[in-house]
Design a protein. Structure first.
Length: 328
């Protein structure tokens, strides 16, 4: 059964000045816009990843999609986060004056199995439908915000490892490509980096032409993220239906590739050395985000799907496109 997607009208006092009628999409976008206006690109991470991806202290589950971007934007060295209730369950407390970081929680709301009213999203055939045989309504996936705290904002937590032991596991950069299912062919010796959907080929300059090895991997993973949009993989419309440079699908596909590369850099424990925070770059994304309140959340979700495909991971908890996520 397919699903319909909506957002709740939730708000939080720590997430900017949002009105009670501001959607989750708008609140997240406002946060990202505020960071860009300060010169910070939250999906870029130009420092060495020594503590791994952000994850929940209690469940050890990594945060995903837009939540990675939101948590990366905070200035905490520890990767561990938890809710107010989880802190108290561990015998600790949040220090006075500490502010929470809101992140997105996807909740699936299941309708009644039978309904007396037709679902407006179901095509209405010419044949009349009896009330007891109406098609099932689609479950709705609701985006809501909830608050988490970094462990460095807490006191008295039991079984919390010291920062020196909060190290995430990393994968050798070469293994990321080698372990990818249905991976594209890489042709080195090209003048620039590109992905050709028609040939399912990635073109790359030689490693010696990059300023450092990290820049090579970041560039390769950018193109590798593009490749997951091919029809035989995720069949992502931003790649398959792109109208060329400057079009809305093209711009969204570039944002997906940027975030996918950033997530893979973190997975491999290396820094992104190719960081662009020029005025033109920042203004470009500011304009796009102000015009499309769903862009950043949707692109982050699709970047996560791309990374899952590359790493051959089957998500065990939900997102907007995989609606099985539980509160963690």
């Amino acid at each position: 059964m397919s699903s319909t997607f909506t957002t709740s009208k939730s708000t939080t006092k720590h997430f900017g000045e949002a009105s009670p009628h501001t959607s989750v999409y708008e609140q997240v976008t406002q946060r990202i816009i505020a960071l860009l206006e300060k010169g910070t690109v939250p999906w870029q991470k130009p420092w060495n990843i020594k503590t791994g991806m952000p994850c929940n202290l209690v469940t050890k589950r990594p945060y995903r999609g837009i939540n990675i971007v939101l948590l990366w934007a905070m200035d905490f060295e520890s990767p561990y986060w938890l809710t107010w209730h989880q802190a108290h369950e561990l015998g600790g407390y949040i220090r006075k004056g500490e502010k929470s970081t809101p992140i997105v929680f996807w909740k699936t709301v299941k309708p009644d199995k039978q309904s007396k009213e037709p679902d407006e999203n179901v095509p209405n055939d010419s044949e009349p439908v009896q009330p007891n045989t109406l098609p099932q309504k689609r479950p709705q996936i609701i985006a809501r915000l909830y608050n988490v705290f970094n462990v460095s904002q807490c006191e008295g937590l039991k079984n919390c490892p010291p920062l020196s032991e909060q190290l995430g596991t990393t994968t050798e950069p070469a293994k990321v490509y080698e372990n990818m299912p249905d991976r594209p062919i890489i042709k080195h010796g090209m003048r620039s980096a590109f992905y050709s959907p028609a040939e399912d080929v990635i073109g790359m300059p030689s490693l010696t032409n990059f300023t450092d090895e990290s820049s090579y991997w970041n560039t390769l993973w950018h193109e590798l993220t593009h490749s997951t949009g091919a029809k035989h993989c995720l069949n992502r419309s931003t790649l398959t239906a792109s109208e060329g440079f400057g079009s809305d699908p093209y711009c969204k596909e570039e944002l997906i590739a940027e975030m996918g590369a950033a997530f893979l850099c973190a997975h491999a424990g290396i820094a992104e050395h190719t960081v662009n925070n020029s005025v033109a770059y920042l203004q470009s994304w500011l304009g796009k985000l102000k015009n499309d309140k769903t862009l950043i959340v949707s692109a982050a979700s699709q970047a996560q799907q791309a990374v899952d495909w590359i790493l051959d991971v089957i998500p065990k908890f939900p997102t907007a496109n995989n609606p099985t996520e539980s509160l963690r």
